[in-house]
Write a protein that binds this ligand. Structure first.
Ligand code: NAD
Length: 243
């Protein structure tokens, strides 16, 4: 067994599938003690985590209580949903829901973990953002882009505020990644094959990313190997944002 996260306790939201699941698996493989959470109980059943719990990140009280109980060294804020549509297709309710789930949940989780990390004089916070944010725009991603841009601002604020307390806060900005919800978004277009072709064409590398590739970056950011980086938006997108 590899030991890059040996003895470190990690709390992960939305770890039932996709990127969160891959992070859970890689963290366990690196000897981290993982508390995996997700809103969907079924998805938690076959995870290799030390502890699992059903958790909706929009429930502030429960989210903060679970984090305080576990006292993690690493917090991975992975929960996020994609709203499809331009500004003209977006309602107030859709905006509020997405911002609450994608951004406000991170505010609450970090608010709970920072005092614990100050006590330990160390900690790594990893927020899953997106390259579709303040980095690039994408069609039909108005609310999504707003929410993911906010995560970069949130990351920088937390990183700056606690840099002298041994706490690091970074954001991972993936491009197009092969996850269950991506396939659903392709289905939803009504022409899966064409949509997949279009999504693949966005990357100069000519393929979409794998959730394990994102998880490898998360291992690095969670481990002491990355001790000299904080407050950054780490782009991992097959070159989508180059041009
Ligand atoms: P996914 O969308 O396939 O799965 C999302 C998971 O989140 C599910 O297990 C679901 O049960 C859980 N979830 C949904 N609502 C929740 C809530 N309120 N509380 C707790 N859990 C909840 O996974 P994914 O595509 O890997 O996305 C994970 C993160 O990565 C998201 O923040 C997403 O925006 C980001 N991301 C994904 C891609 C991509 O192409 N897949 C690209 C960039 C960023």
């Amino acid at each position: 067994m590899s030991m890059r996260l040996n003895g470190k306790k990690a709390f992960i939201t939305a770890s039932g599938q996709g990127i969160g699941k891959a992070i859970c698996e890689k963290f366990v493989a690196e000897n981290s003690e993982v508390y995996a959470t997700d809103i969907n109980e079924e998805l938690l059943k076959n995870l290799p985590a030390d502890r699992t719990s059903v958790l909706d990140v929009t429930h502030k009280k429960l989210l903060q209580a679970e984090i305080k109980k576990f006292n993690p060294d690493i917090l991975v804020n992975c929960a996020g949903i994609v709203h499809a549509g331009s500004i003209l297709d977006s309602s107030d309710d859709q905006f509020d829901f997405a911002v609450s789930l994608n951004v406000k949940s991170m505010f609450h989780a970090i608010q709970a973990v920072v005092p614990l990390m100050i006590e330990k004089k160390s900690g790594s916070i990893i927020n899953i953002g997106s390259v579709v944010s303040s980095i690039i725009g994408a069609p039909n991603r108005f609310i999504y882009g707003v929410s993911k841009a906010a995560i970069i601002g949130l990351t920088k604020s937390v990183a700056l505020e606690f840099v002298s307390k041994g706490i690091r806060c970074n954001c991972i900005c993936p491009g197009t990644v092969d996850t269950p919800s991506l396939h659903q978004r392709l289905e939803d277009t009504g022409d899966y094959e064409k949509a997949m072709k279009d999504f693949v064409a966005r990357q100069p590398m000519g393929r979409i990313g794998k959730s394990g590739e994102i998880a490898s970056l998360a291992v690095y950011l969670a481990s002491d190997e990355s001790n000299f980086t904080t407050g950054q938006a780490h782009i991992i997108d097959g070159g989508w944002s180059i041009g």
